[in-house]
Design a protein around this ligand. Structure first.
Ligand code: NAD
Ligand code: IPM
Ligand code: MN
Length: 363
């Protein structure tokens, strides 16, 4: 049977609290399904490392990670010590770009037992995927400040949309909608105001749509789209968006399902030329870090997504798929019965929730 090599990187803040719970659950799944998961732990990609070394990662980070099957990542950022753009461009955003993780797949789901902040919504009403472009778009370092410190100060921040980068995320979203979902694709756009890139993005969506005629396409400007996440969440199946729009939608969606503490993500390199990275959507949460009260479920569900991705790869191990299903079932059960962390109105600790899920995975 295959051995999978997985890099474990905790990062900062609650990353250090939720990662061990994710590892605990993966260990339980590995034991039950007889999987071989070899974890390699890395202390870098954290602000602590930065304070000691003056950089977020060692120069050979890419060699150290390149032959991993996946990266299991907590969260990074400690703005009291390191400016966020320095810590993030020095770690996570580098992973996404250098490992060409061009899909950021972010499921949004309302679970039984979780009170929905939207009136009258029940499980089943909110169940969709945000497919976020993850390597280009509005996230760039192109531009600059002219005449700094003067009245004439002027800031330019470029966006980049390539045909290659846009087509591949659209195609992934169409394929997901067509083959695995309800064949409805919402395209987030802003082709009224952002008058160059967004009409062009819409045009690329039309072009790819020709290959997926059975998928119904719903183009929506990002402003009304955010309103409909709140007012009509049941109309969404797959939502595809540029890097920034996808970032915003993937916090808003989970907020509509009760807490961002549940939301997982896969930063995918579908071509598998580089490792993919699995992490919660949320960040390091400095406001609650160190208290042991963070919800570990986003981290744990991200681990399940990682197994599903490994299960779908070349010479796959079908037990990875079974392990994914067992972890998701354990999450569902614990959300129904408790224990629950404070973001879900409970009083349980991070460790108690991790233990409860691990126990159910063990069976
Ligand atoms: P955040 O996601 O860290 O926190 C937002 C709010 O949600 C906070 O009130 C926090 O307590 C709460 N929250 C987040 N995760 C939770 C969990 N698992 N359980 C319970 N409550 C939770 O966003 P922020 O405050 O904007 O960012 C804090 C730091 O994290 C910054 O440095 C930011 O750049 C970084 N960040 C990193 C990532 C990442 O590593 N992928 C993602 C987002 C933000
Ligand atoms: C996310 C985060 C990152 C992003 C930040 C920390 C750079 O918010 O993963 O959603 O904007 O992509
Ligand atoms: Mn985000």
């Amino acid at each position: 049977t295959r051995r999978f090599k997985i890099a474990a990187i905790a990062g900062d803040g609650i990353g250090k609290e939720v990662l061990p719970e994710g590892l605990k659950v993966l260990a339980a799944a590995a034991e039950r399904f007889n999987l071989h998961l070899d974890f390699a732990h890395f202390p870098w990609a954290s602000c602590d490392w930065y304070m000691q070394h003056g950089e977020m990662m060692p120069p050979d980070w890419k060699e150290q990670l390149a032959d991993m099957d996946a990266i299991y990542f907590g969260a990074v950022g400690w703005p009291a010590l390191v400016p966020d753009h320095v810590s993030l461009w020095g770690s996570l955003l580098k992973f996404r770009r250098e490992f060409d993780q061009y899909i950021n797949l972010r499921p949004v789901r309302l679970f039984e037992g979780v009170p929905c902040p939207l009136a009258g919504r029940k499980p089943g009403d909110i169940d969709f995927f945000v497919v976020r472009e993850n390597t280009e778009g509005e996230y760039t370092n192109l531009g600059g400040v002219m005449f700094p410190g003067t009245e004439r100060e002027m800031v330019i921040q470029e966006s980049v949309f390539t045909r290659h980068g846009t087509d591949r995320v659209l195609r992934y979203a169409f394929e997901l909608a067509h083959a695995r979902r309800r064949r409805h694709l919402t395209v987030a756009t802003k082709s009224n105001g952002i008058a160059i890139s967004m009409p062009w993005w819409d045009g690329r969506a039309d072009a790819i749509h020709a290959d997926y005629p059975q998928v119904i396409v719903d183009k929506q400007h990002i402003d009304i789209l955010t309103a409909r996440f709140v007012l009509q969440p049941d109309r969404f199946d797959v939502v595809v968006a540029s890097n920034l729009f996808g970032d915003i939608l993937s916090d808003l969606g989970p907020a509509c399902t009760g807490t961002i503490g549940l939301a997982p993500s896969g930063n995918l390199n579908p071509d598998r030329t580089f490792p993919s990275l699995f992490e919660p959507v949320h960040g390091s949460a400095p406001d609650i870090a160190g208290q042991g009260i963070a919800n570990p479920i986003a981290m744990i569900w991200s681990g399940a997504m990682m197994l599903a991705f490994l299960a779908a790869g070349p010479n796959p191990d079908p037990r990875c798929g079974e392990a994914h299903d067992a972890i998701v079932a354990a999450i569902e059960a614990v959300l129904r019965t408790g224990p629950r962390t404070a973001d879900l109105g409970g009083t349980a600790t991070t460790v108690e929730v991790g233990d409860a899920i691990a126990a159910r995975v063990r069976g």
